[in-house]
Write a protein that binds this ligand. Structure first.
Ligand SMILES: *Cc1c(COP(=O)(O)O)cnc(C)c1O
Length: 231
């Protein structure tokens, strides 16, 4: 089941990329495994999927202990509390959700202790909805500039979530805004920050995200099925 879902998802990603003149190899599929058991992750690994995204530090570490395939790359995509950074800094592949300088400074400190450089994205709040985390579009440039001295934190791009809506077209304005923001920040030519990666698009709106330039898709439901809890 999971293998089939991944296969058909990759086919849809391929078709959309061809339609808009993009190379599917420039798109990274992150399988969002939150709330699903470790054996589902193992099933996806058997199907050739190695990038996984989790929203909670504790859940991520529990699963990592259960499926310890060295090919797996763990992405942190949820709200990151400063006091939890130490539990992921020595292995995490990409943190998608940096939205303030304090958490960036903590990543700097813990990455230093682990002797590594950690790649991050800046999470941007592109909707009017109250509940979402992320820095406001107007604050992105300032946050990225303020991270210039953090030599163990490498900014790779931006991340956002579209609005809560069934209609994928409702996400287009958010995704377009993220792409434009990345271009604007890129024009500043900051050495410590690349704006190459755009992490946007989930199960219901990834095709729109690809049309607007997404390089990383975060997809759960279309791979693992519906989640029981409302998350
Ligand atoms: C749950 C989640 C996803 C995946 O959502 P689906 O609709 O299941 O594909 C992507 N990004 C974030 C930040 C999430 O919390």
């Amino acid at each position: 089941m999971i293998a089939q879902n991944i296969e058909s998802l990759r086919a849809r990603i391929g078709e959309t990329c061809r339609r808009v003149g993009r190379n599917p190899e420039d798109v990274l599929l992150v399988a969002v495994s939150k709330t699903f058991e470790a054996r589902k992750i193992a099933e996806a690994v058997a199907a050739g999927q190695f990038d996984f995204g989790e929203n909670y530090v504790q859940e991520l570490n529990a699963k990592r202990a259960q499926v310890s395939d060295p090919r797996i790359r763990w992405h942190f995509i949820g709200h990151l509390q400063t006091n939890k950074v130490k539990y992921i800094a020595d292995f995490v592949h990409l943190i998608h959700s940096v939205d303030n300088l304090r958490v960036a400074e903590e990543i700097q400190k813990r990455a230093g202790q682990a002797g590594r450089v950690v790649d991050v994205l800046i999470e941007v709040h592109t909707t009017d909805e109250e509940t979402k985390s992320g820095v406001r579009p107007g604050g992105v440039g300032e946050l990225v500039r303020s991270m210039a001295g953090l030599d163990r934190v490498r900014v790779r791009g931006l991340m956002t979530m579209g609005p809560f809506s069934e209609n994928p077209e409702d996400s287009r304005a958010s995704f377009r805004q993220l792409a434009e923001l990345a271009q604007a920040v890129d024009r500043e030519g900051m050495e410590h920050a690349s704006m190459r990666e755009l992490s946007m698009g989930m199960s219901h709106d990834f095709e729109v995200a690809l049309e607007e330039g997404a390089t990383i898709l975060r997809i759960g439901t279309a791979i693992f099925g519906e989640r029981k809890k409302n998350e």
